[in-house]
Design a protein around this ligand. Structure first.
Ligand code: F6P
Length: 362
């Protein structure tokens, strides 16, 4: 067997662990593994890469990468082969289905199968490629932890651990100045990172997309906290929205999902007015995606990579490896991308937050 592997979408700590396990697992079976650069760009733009856009991966090349953040293959969140921005004769660009070109490129390399590592977007693409005949096994990745078919994605625990450390640090400066600090974290339309960080970090309020907020309610709660303790701290998910309002969108661009951002700044400005306290916003953003994966994420990445090779060895196709505690199992890719996993309103951490007196602004 000659298999390809690629990483797509936003990077997440643990991607290199997957690559490490796939290469070593495949090598044990006598298979070759080749990495595609930057999602599928290595196929589309082969001539732009000194190595031709596809690189043979050997066990020696990957044996010490599992602890590294990022991805040695590179990634992109503009790489949808079914909606690739393509220059038109009139000078404009239009999203075009160029999946046949990709399949032809993969077949020219003689690949028998693809391990596609990505989030909902990349896995949806993988499923569509499988429908066109490609043998694909998907591996779920995202710091957002918003894939319904797996109990956990790697990158999430690393993001929450770092965000919690940041919140710990912000408590002391907020206290020193008697300020209201607003911390914005990533997560797209799911509030997992904000919720877990806010509870672990002892926030006074947590705003998540699943619970539309009323800032008046939040401000009253913060005023009481400030009166008692001298400062307050709010964790905001980038996808949080007010009751009856919309999410904060930073940019819309051809060929990629809308970019969220701005919620923290907006909320801080409004809370400043409502509470009468000096307020500051901190956006943790891409810091949450950087750095080494914590042990849990490394292990998950390694387990997923090894399971992806087992899936191919067992003849599986069009499936995604998934954590179904205590085991890694397989789910059809179609099911894997069918639903976003949102925070249930009765999630333990939501109930715990309420027990601790943390406000959601509802
Ligand atoms: O899906 C992962 C994620 O980090 C989201 O939390 C965030 O909204 C998005 O990617 C940011 O993407 P970009 O790297 O394009 O800014």
């Amino acid at each position: 067997m000659k298999i390809a592997i690629n990483t797509g979408g936003g990077d997440a700590p643990g991607l290199n662990a997957v690559i490490c396990a796939v290469v070593q697992g495949a090598d044990r079976l006598g298979w070759e593994v080749h990495g595609i650069r930057d999602g599928y760009e290595g196929i589309y733009r082969a001539a732009d890469y000194p190595d031709g856009g596809v690189v043979r991966l050997t066990p020696a090349m990957v044996e010490r990468i599992a602890h590294l953040g990022g991805t040695i293959l590179g990634t992109t969140n503009r790489g949808n082969p079914f909606a690739r921005p393509t220059p038109q004769p009139d000078g404009t660009r239009r999203e075009t289905d160029r999946s046949d070109e990709l399949l032809a490129g993969l077949s020219a390399h003689g690949f028998d199968a693809l391990v596609a590592v990505g989030g909902d977007g990349s896995l949806g693409i993988a499923h569509r490629l499988a429908a066109k005949g490609l043998r694909v096994v998907g591996v779920p990745k995202t710091i957002d932890n918003d894939l319904d078919a797996t109990a956990l994605t790697f990158g999430f625990q690393t993001a929450v651990a770092f965000a919690t450390e940041c919140v710990d640090r912000l408590h002391s400066t907020a206290q020193a100045h008697g300020r209201v600090m607003v911390v914005e974290v990533m997560g797209r339309y799911a509030g997992w990172i904000a919720l877990n960080t806010g509870v672990a970090g002892g926030a006074d309020a947590i705003l998540v997309p699943e619970i539309p907020y009323d800032l008046g309610v939040v401000a009253e709660h913060l005023k009481e906290r400030v009166a008692r303790r001298g400062y307050a701290l709010v964790v905001v998910a980038e996808g949080a929205a007010p009751k009856g309002g919309a999410v904060s969108v930073k940019a819309r661009e051809l060929g990629r999902a809308e970019q969220l951002g701005g919620a923290g700044e907006r909320i801080a400005a409004e809370l400043g007015g409502l509470t009468g306290r000096e307020t500051r916003a901190v956006v943790l953003g891409h810091l949450l995606r950087g750095g080494s994966p914590v042990a849990v994420d490394r292990l998950l990445g390694l387990n997923f990579g090894a399971a992806a090779v087992r899936a191919l060895a067992e003849g599986k196709r069009d499936v995604m490896v998934a954590l179904d505690p205590p085991r890694v199992s397989y789910v059809p890719l179609a099911d894997a991308v069918a639903r976003t996993r949102l925070v249930p309103l009765d999630a333990d951490s939501v109930l715990t937050a309420r027990t601790l007196g943390i406000a959601f602004g509802d």
